[in-house]
Design a protein around this ligand. Structure first.
Ligand code: B1M
Length: 212
């Protein structure tokens, strides 16, 4: 049996090559990609976050471990994004302004694609104006915003306000997610949906698309 703790350990040690090697080996050993994420890469990143919070790790360690995880997630992309589900709908997504965290957003994108969604990714540090402009020009069913910082979470609210001001709020369903985001926050800002993880994000997206 493949020991996914070794992947977490390599993430914590910031050992990029080992993370990639072990991710490849796990796939070769038929470990499902989602299990590699949930029991290898993500717990490793969580531990790195804890070490950062307690002052044992600093920004460089956060960066190196983040990069190691990003590469491994990229390696899993073809597997996670592959699916033979018929097209479900169009999903616009981005990380809010002031926030460059994108690993979680990218995982959400892969799971959406794997489940038949056509996804447009605006990337990171996306302003309310940029979100609005994309909603205006496109024909999206759902706008998803990811935020990882307590400080950037209010930008989800600002974007919803900007959509209202531009007369675009009824054009899309809005979903929010990211570590500090909660259902309570989503309700408070009038978002249509919230998901704590990528699998739930797919389920909520399908439910919201069914409502429109
Ligand atoms: Co940052 N960072 N970071 N960081 N970083 C956190 C988030 C932090 C919790 C670490 C800590 O202190 N414990 C903390 C935030 C505290 C807070 O505000 N609550 C923090 C901080 C403080 C910072 C800086 C301010 C540090 C500094 O400069 N002093 C800085 C900010 C930069 C900025 O954005 N302006 C910073 C920078 C960075 C790096 C760039 C070095 C790097 C990011 C690299 C990258 O993303 N390409 C980084 C990393 C790696 C982390 C941690 C360690 C890992 C984040 C991650 O990828 N997690 C993180 C600690 C932690 O998360 N415990 C931390 C794994 C990922 C799969 O989970 O993103 O939550 P997550 O996504 C999940 C769900 O949330 C959900 O599904 C995903 C998959 O299950 N989800 C959605 C996400 N988006 C969704 C959208 C949806 C639905 C679900 O619908 C639309």
């Amino acid at each position: 049996m493949f020991n996914l703790n070794e992947i977490s350990k390599a993430i914590v040690e910031g050992n990029r090559d080992v993370v990639l090697e072990l991710t490849r080996a796990a796939l070769d050993a038929n470990v499902p990609a989602k299990e590699i994420l949930d029991n290898g890469l993500i717990p490793g990143l969580r531990k790195v976050g804890d070490l950062f919070e307690t002052g044992e790790y600093f920004l460089p360690e956060l960066l190196i471990s983040g990069e190691a995880a990003s590469r491994a997630v990229g390696f899993l992309e073809p597997v996670l994004s592959k699916g033979d589900t018929p097209p479900v709908g169009k999903y616009l997504i981005g990380t809010v302004k002031g926030d460059v965290h994108d690993i979680g957003k990218n995982i959400v994108i892969m799971m959406l694609k794997g489940n038949g969604w056509q996804v447009t990714d605006l990337g990171v540090d996306v302003s309310p104006e940029e979100f609005c402009s994309a909603v205006d020009k496109g024909d999206f069913d759902i706008l998803g915003m990811s935020s990882l910082l307590t400080m950037t979470m209010p930008d989800t609210d600002k974007t919803i306000d900007a959509l209202k001001t531009a007369g675009l709020r009824d054009k899309v369903k809005v979903m929010v997610g990211g570590a500090p985001v909660t259902q309570e926050w989503a309700d408070k800002i009038g978002a249509d949906g919230y998901a704590p993880d990528a699998s739930t994000a797919v389920k909520i997206a399908v439910a919201l698309a069914g409502e429109s």
